[in-house]
Design a protein around this ligand. Structure first.
Ligand code: ADP
Ligand code: MG
Length: 536
């Protein structure tokens, strides 16, 4: 009695679907990629209930005739590979002929499509991999409707997250494709509300601006570099414009969003010596490389790319960014209200009557009767603000006469508005202004002049990581806000400011470390000093 059987096609497709279709966002990604490959210039996505009830992607691309439509959802059905050699020169997003097979095997799907030549279209319904109905239906482009995702794979369905979480994943996928394809218009309607509307842009620069706003773009430098077989266009953090998370990091190879630890490393390396600990640069890296020297057939969802020879590409990216960063370095502008100018610095350092002394531009030294104390002024200030925020003091909100408009990314916008009441606890009052923009009506006094966009983005990323119990969330937010507002290193404090800083620090419950656990002060007692000078 043989033990081995060849699995029937429906089951094969279900198994394959496990690799390609993990959640509603995977369906959105695959359908958008098909629309891109079909030469569309306008791609519209509509979802209900985070895509769990409905995902509908409509395009104005080349479409299919009836014959093609009836076969497109079979496994290995593709128009993108004709012969074996093509596999080593892939220029399309798809080529494996498995997405529609996978989707139709785990959902109820309707495809309405017509070829551009005559618009004589067809409408077909497929359920669990089987055609249920075929009708003639004139149309333009292609619309794929996916309902009841995972209706026949309950195990998978169980892993779906809350409506909003799935929606955020969908927003991520659309945002990523929109950044990769500035020449294409995208929109997303979720539960009958328009969430994304991005018209065709003239350049990647304009696209980044459409999605993240002018202010965000101002913090980036554009770098273009060309070599024989590679082209780089990227937007990266200007000096000091760093983030607490890796939210804004994108790599595209031939317009395909990918993850690549070695290219990411090349970018971090370019910031060596500039990037503070635990901070992350923003980057949008677009590389165009001859498809003959890369392999995109590595991963079922094509998240990764293999390079014939990685090293020259690594060096090309690293040196391209580093050269520009080194040329653009200039004295740090600062928004701290009352800083001394550099000429006063010498005076301060050499005045013997001063009770403190600036060490470089990040520390101050104090001579106590017991020895020497060194203070990290940024860490100290962070600690002070952190405790104030936690205690809720100094949160007298100031209402702006002219409320500030802040443009956020689609996802940030959503999560910030959904958590307005938490922000209010911190004295930050925001209102919806439409088009991914919120209006900041009031801010705590201490945050006047701070980078509000950065603060809101940080809060959003923390909220998106999953909301922790109340207390923990408060602490994290307090730390983030404190970090944004506190004296960044590289500032020479005036006497009154230093006095105030020391006074406030001593009043803190935990004066010895910043909210991230770094020390605020280091002291060397007379004993320590004697030992160091070998007097004992
Ligand atoms: P692949 O994209 O790897 O070829 P898919 O299963 O995603 O495999 O799609 C199968 C085929 O169906 C594609 O090769 C293409 O010819 C056709 N197709 C799918 N979506 C569209 C669309 N939106 N417009 C035109 N043709 C499409
Ligand atoms: Mg495809």
């Amino acid at each position: 009695m043989p033990q081995i059987r060849i699995l029937p096609p429906v089951l094969r497709n279900k198994i394959a679907a496990g690799e390609v279709i993990e959640r509603p966002a995977s369906v959105v990604k695959e359908l958008i990629e098909n629309s891109l490959d079909a030469g569309s210039t306008d791609i519209r996505v509509e979802v209900l209930n985070g895509g769990k009830h409905l995902i509908k992607v409509s395009d104005n691309g080349n479409g299919m005739d009836k014959e093609d439509a009836l076969i497109c959802f079979e496994r290995y059905a593709t128009s993108k590979l004709l012969k074996e050699e093509d596999l080593s020169h892939i220029r399309t997003k798809g080529f494996r002929g498995e997405a529609l097979a996978a989707i139709t095997s785990v959902a109820k799907v309707k495809i309405v499509t017509a070829p551009k030549s005559n618009y004589q279209g067809v409408s077909l319904e497929i359920e669990g991999g089987e055609v249920k109905s075929v009708k003639d239906s004139p149309t333009v482009g292609t619309t794929v409707e996916v309902r009841a995702l995972f209706f026949n794979t309950p195990a998978r369905k169980k892993f779906l997250k809350a409506h909003n979480t799935e929606l955020f994943h969908i927003i991520d996928k659309i945002t990523e494709q929109a950044i990769a394809h500035h020449e294409i218009g995208f929109s997303l309607v979720s539960d009958n509300r328009e969430v994304i509307r991005i018209p065709v842009a003239s350049s990647p620069r304009e696209r980044v601006m459409q999605i993240y706003g002018d202010e965000f773009l101002e913090g980036l430098i554009e770098i273009n570099k060309e070599a024989a077989d590679i082209l780089m266009n990227c937007f990266v953090s200007k000096e000091m414009n760093f983030r607490n998370s890796k939210t804004y990091q994108f790599i595209f190879i031939n317009k395909r969003p990918i993850r690549d630890s070695s290219l990411t490393h090349a970018i971090y390396k370019a910031y060596e010596g500039i990037l503070p600990q635990k901070k992350h640069p923003i980057f949008f890296l677009f590389l165009a490389i001859d498809p003959g020297v890369i392999d995109v057939n590595v991963h079922p969802t094509k998240r990764e790319v293999r390079f014939e020879n990685k090293e020259p590409i690594y060096k090309f990216v690293l040196s391209g960014i580093r050269e520009i960063l080194q040329h653009s370095q200039h004295p740090k502008p600062t928004d701290f209200p009352s800083t001394s100018v550099v000429s006063e610095r010498l005076e301060l350092e050499y005045k013997p009557s001063l009770s403190f002394m600036p060490i470089g531009d990040a520390f101050i030294a104090l001579s106590g009767r017991e020895g020497l104390i060194l203070i990290d002024q940024h860490a100290a200030h962070e600690r002070i603000l952190y405790e104030r925020f936690l205690r809720g003091v100094d949160l007298d909100s100031r209402r702006f006469l002219f409320p500030k408009q802040v443009q956020l990314s689609h996802k940030e916008y959503h999560v910030i508005l959904a958590n307005g009441s938490i922000l209010k606890d911190f004295g930050i009052e925001v209102e919806d202004f439409g088009h991914n923009t919120v209006v900041v009506r009031s801010l705590p006094e201490t945050l006047t002049g701070a980078d509000i966009r950065g603060i809101l983005a940080d809060i959003a990323s923390r909220l998106l990581e999953g909301i922790a119990p109340d207390g923990e969330l408060r602490e994290t937010l307090a730390a983030k806000i404190a970090c944004h507002r506190s004296v960044r290193g590289k500032i020479i404090l005036k006497q009154e400011e230093a006095d105030q800083l020391l006074f406030d620090l001593e009043k803190c419950t935990v004066p010895d470390s910043c909210p991230h656990g770094r020390p605020t002060k280091i002291s060397l007692s007379l004993e320590d000093l004697k030992k160091m000078f070998k007097r004992t």
